[in-house]
Design a protein around this ligand. Structure first.
Ligand code: FAD
Length: 400
């Protein structure tokens, strides 16, 4: 079967890209391939559901630009398609003088990133959130909540309505570039497909697909689990905004937060601990191939050494629920052990370079007939609409 374009990966980035391409090239035959039985079964379906405003990201980075645009566009998309989405706002709470200094720096970053934000003193913060303790906070009104599974299904419906094709349970097992086309082998039956151009949005499998095609890459995907708890229903009115700590700028993740979910529940988390299976969500999941590949990659050891103290603390708190609780009790002391109920984990696909540095921004690899999204870290769910548009524009010359 011959297509003009094939997109691999039915998470929110792949779906948005497929839709934007179909809008840009209505006459082209475009196929979206996903290996699971449904869309968004990995990162997109296991996240916090926050439509970020873009507070944290380096000014001028793709992350900062996409997040700002994505916040506005995601909320508008949800309104147009009748998807529940609430601009509930977010507080970043400082609990001591060290965090207050960091809070000032973040506030300045909000200004640089053109994010509407307000500094709150303790009294005003307590008025907004009586159960939260701290010395002050940044209030960001534009942060919102949504179910990204629902958003991505609605985008897929738009793609299908324009004549796009989707095949679920079609895992790409081989990918080869020739002078004339891209050749793919798909599924157990090894069905052969051909395309003029291929875009790969494979999340936790991004490096494997790039290697499958023989691209020369210098990163590996390291899985970092994000473990959550859910608050007992009797605590669901404990906060009315999203409550985040002030993050340590040396660390790549945001710290355990209280997140109001769009279904009315509240999650606590996620932490960031080493995963031993890329797509294994249970605490004890282990995969020999994933682990051996990771241990053989020099960047894994360097990244682990660079963040050793933080990594050990995260691991301790993952195993010791009271330690996890204490992280949230720093700003919400009313929480008790009995309030934390089990909730499914998510797994972040973090691109790590050979020298051990974690890639913070989007990362792409290209060949004449392909574009691979190698790193699409948080807030890529927020940013999926502008990312899809960016990829569509980036590939215009090559697609012709
Ligand atoms: C714990 C956690 C919390 C997060 N919180 C937020 C948040 O609140 N807000 C936010 O904006 N972002 C958040 N993120 C980040 C966000 O979820 C991801 O950046 C985003 O979902 C990435 O989308 P994706 O399409 O690139 O990847 P994925 O959703 O992982 O999709 C990749 C798809 O590719 C498919 N695939 C892989 N290999 C193949 C193959 N060989 N053949 C066919 N298909 C294949 C997979 O099955 C998968 O469906 C969070 C992430 C995590 C893990």
């Amino acid at each position: 079967m011959v297509y003009d374009l094939i997109i691999i990966g039915g998470g929110i980035v792949g779906i948005s890209t497929a839709w934007q391409l179909k809008k840009a090239y209505p006459r082209k035959r475009i196929l979206l391939l996903e290996k699971e039985t449904g869309f968004s079964r990995h990162q997109t379906g296991h996240n916090s559901g926050v439509v970020h405003a873009g507070v944290y990201y380096a000014p001028g980075s793709l992350k900062a630009q996409f997040c700002r645009e994505g916040n506005r566009e995601t909320v508008a998309f949800c309104r147009r398609h009748g998807i529940a989405c609430e601009r509930c706002g977010k507080l970043l709470v400082a609990t001591d003088t060290k965090e207050e200094a960091r809070m000032q720096a973040l506030f300045e970053r909000c200004r640089q990133n053109e994010i509407k934000a307000r500094l709150l003193g303790r009294r005003e913060m307590k008025r907004m959130e009586p159960h939260i303790e701290g010395t002050g906070a940044i209030f960001v009104a534009d942060s919102a909540i949504v179910d990204y599974g629902e958003v991505s299904v609605a985008m897929a419906e738009q793609f299908l309505a324009l004549g796009g094709e989707v095949r679920l349970q079609h895992e790409v097992c081989a990918l080869r570039e020739t002078d004339k086309s891209m050749e793919l082998e798909v599924g157990r039956a090894k069905e052969r497909l051909q395309a003029g151009f291929v875009i790969v949005c494979a999340g936790l499998m991004a490096d494997r697909l790039a290697c499958m095609q023989g691209l020369d890459i210098d990163f590996s995907i390291i899985p970092y689990r994000g473990e959550y708890y859910k608050l007992a229903p009797r605590r669901e009115d404990i906060v009315s905004h999203l409550i985040y700590p002030i993050p340590d700028p040396e660390l790549p993740f945001l710290g355990i937060h209280l997140t109001r979910m769009i279904d009315g529940s509240i999650t606590v988390g996620p932490n960031a601990v080493q995963g031993w299976k890329r797509e294994g969500y249970g605490r004890l999941n282990f995969d020999l191939q994933d682990t051996l590949e990771m241990l053989a990659f020099p960047g894994f050891w360097k990244a682990t050494a660079n963040h050793l103290a933080a990594g050990l603390k995260e691991m301790k708190n993952s195993l010791w629920k009271r330690g996890y609780l204490e992280e949230a009790r720093k700003y919400c002391p009313r929480l008790q052990l009995a309030d934390l109920l089990p909730y499914p984990a998510g797994i972040r696909a973090q691109a790590v370079l050979r020298d051990g540095s974690l890639v913070h921004d989007f990362l792409f690899a290209e060949s004449r007939r392909s574009l691979h999204v190698c790193n699409a870290p948080s807030p890529a769910a927020t940013s999926a609409l502008p990312i899809g548009r960016y990829i569509s524009a980036k590939t215009r010359e090559k697609i012709g």
